[in-house]
Ligand binder design. Structure first.
Ligand code: G6P
Ligand code: ZN
Length: 568
């Protein structure tokens, strides 16, 4: 006799609306009875639609607290809903880029219909931390707005879900597990090794032997030492295998590579605030390149010797400019690049010089998917420490590190030299982001409404601070029309663009789990011939614009905060 399907009555929970990147809430919220079950049922119904019966999905996540329980629930609900197969990372573990690859690769000759990623990315984990569930489509990328809206609609009306309650699957062991589901059919769980396929992919994209020679000192006569911080997140096993086993790095140069359900109590976000230890260790000057990665392995921060910070907008532009050094792109047509709207425009200048297209999308990796599927872009990135290419449909932290190493192997210069020469060639897009995390949502909304109401009157007006004056050319709420399918995303952030190309952007984050997070982005262009200012520290160059921004939006008045939580 097969395993019974139990139709379980349930009631909707308010607020199961996926944000920039899936549904993210505090762990106790997910622990409410039926909360996870409702959302998983909604994903299967809206995400798979008429394909649901017989379809197959990949499941995994960054191993944060609640991952095992959620994986179990997904297996039981998928079985009861007539899916034919789940491909599950061992222990429910897969980095986000690895999972995207598994979807795209297909499984045993059959198309994979999507995936479910269990992560809250860079947000802290543990019993009081954050958990998240995200649905990715058949192309390996995050579900577009139409799909997440449909998921949300179902969560507002749901009155039952189907579950094979008695199905037990030991997904801690690699292997094939098969079940008969009563009245439904055959169901398979393939528990796979979490790292192998991803490493195969990286070996196809990059020249591993050449990077190995670089690290060993065979290319320059000097060893290149890296210092890498996985922040107890998902990149640990991938980084250890690639860097130590394949590229010969010293294991003691890899930090926090053991994934932990609470990220060791840390905040797994690779930026100058939360990866401070890495920055400090680089200041000793023993290492030539540093990198840190976030909880689920899609974000990266790149640093040079002595902690030289590579702004993510610059990292994107440098990789784009040096794309020809990456073997994967030698055999493909590169049609263009893309960046999210708040990201500084450095990559635009590279595209222009190469005669390629550049696209400006709303914040969120999902907006790059259509452009990649249509062959319009090869490389894209965001200021939020995301860089990636069309090898998958997520950003990819380990890929970004390997891209830098591949470029270093050819150029045989330091990280700082490469970035400085980039500015000398193209000019410098100086950038900073101020985050006001977990502020009162009402105050944050008022700030945005207050500012938006004034935008039309700003056009043509002068703003001054510290003796510098900027004239407003454009002020609007950013709207994006997808050039591939014509879909329109409105209200994607308030922009004040000045005549010299400098910009202020104000947005409410879509990835928080409590209160609101206000992000203020400042982008200012210094032409390459302005040699007296080109190499000055970013905070000095941006001071007047920051003062103008804070004053214009009345930040302190609306948020009661004198200073941001994080500056990147
Ligand atoms: C995630 C998304 C990115 C996005 C970032 C910040 O990492 O994948 O695409 O840029 O969050 O989003 P937020 O809405 O918090 O600014
Ligand atoms: Zn992430």
């Amino acid at each position: 006799m097969g395993i019974a399907v139990v139709e379980t009555p349930t009631k909707p929970f308010a607020g199961q609306k996926p944000g920039t990147s899936g549904l993210r809430k505090r762990v106790p919220e997910f622990q409410q009875q039926n909360y996870t079950e409702n959302f998983v049922q909604a994903i299967l119904d809206a995400g798979l639609g008429s394909k649901k019966k017989g379809s197959q999905l990949v499941v995994g996540g960054d191993g944060r607290f609640l991952s095992m329980e959620a994986t179990n629930v997904i297996i039981k609900i998928a079985a009861a809903n007539g899916l034919s197969r789940l491909i599950v990372g061992q222990n429910g573990f897969l980095s986000t880029p690895a999972l995207s690859n598994l979807i795209r690769k297909g499984h045993e000759g059959r198309v994979v219909d999507g995936g479910i990623i269990l992560t809250a990315s860079h947000n802290p984990g543990g019993p009081k931390g954050d958990f998240g569930i995200k649905f990715n489509c058949e192309n390996g990328g995050p579900a577009p707005d139409q799909v997440t809206d449909a998921i949300y609609q179902i969560t507002t009306k749901i009155d039952k879900y189907l579950i094979a309650k008695d199905l037990e699957c030991d997904f801690t062991q690699v292997g094939r597990y098969e079940y008969d589901i009563e009245g439904v059919g055959h169901f398979v769980v393939d528990v796979i090794d979490s790292v192998t396929e991803y490493i195969n992919l990286m070996q196809k994209i990059f020249d591993f032997p050449k990077i190995k020679s670089l690290l060993a000192g065979e290319l320059t006569g000097r060893k290149l030492r890296v210092l890498l911080d996985s922040m107890h997140g998902a990149t640990g096993p991938y980084i250890s295998t690639i860097l130590v086993d394949h590229l010969g790095a010293d294991p003691s140069d890899l930090l926090r590579t053991v994934p932990k359900p609470d990220f060791g109590g840390g905040h797994p976000d690779p930026n100058l605030t939360y990866a401070k230890t890495l920055v400090e260790r680089l200041h000793t000057g023993e290492h030539d390149l540093g990198a840190a990665f976030d909880g689920d392995g899609d974000r990266n921060m790149i640093l040079g010797k002595n902690g030289f910070f590579v702004c993510p907008s610059d990292s994107l532009a440098v990789i784009a400019d040096n794309i020809d050094y990456i073997p994967y792109f030698k055999t493909r047509k590169v049609a263009g690049f893309a960046r999210s709207m708040p990201t500084a425009g450095a990559v635009d200048l590279v595209a222009k010089a190469k005669g390629l297209q550049v696209y400006e999308t709303p914040t969120g990796w999902k907006y790059f998917g259509n452009l990649m599927d249509a062959g319009r872009i090869a490389i894209c990135g965001e200021e939020s420490f995301g860089t990636g290419s069309d090898h998958i449909r997520e950003k990819d932290g380990v890929w970004a590190l390997l891209a830098w190493l591949q470029i270093l192997a050819d150029r045989k210069e330091s990280v700082e030299e490469i970035v400085t020469k980039h500015w000398q060639k193209y000019g410098r897009n100086v950038f900073t982001r101020y985050d006001y995390e977990n502020v009162d949502a009402a105050g944050a909304n008022l700030l945005m409404t207050f500012l938006e109401a004034q935008l039309p009157a700003f056009v043509g007006r002068d703003f001054s601070a510290n003796g510098v004056t900027y004239k407003v050319a454009v002020a609007d709420n950013f709207q994006y029309t997808d050039p591939v399918d014509g879909s329109v995303a409105t209200k994607q952030g308030l922009r004040i663009v000045f005549e010299d190309g400098s910009r202020l952007v104000f947005r409410l984050s879509g990835t928080g789990s409590a209160g609101a997070t206000i992000r203020l982005y400042v982008d200012s262009y210094i032409p390459s011939n302005d040699t007296s200012r080109l190499l000055l520290p970013a905070h000095e160059l941006l001071k007047p614009l920051v003062l103008i921004a804070l004053d214009t939006c009345k930040m302190e008045q609306f948020t009661n905060r004198k200073a941001p939580t994080v500056i990147t």
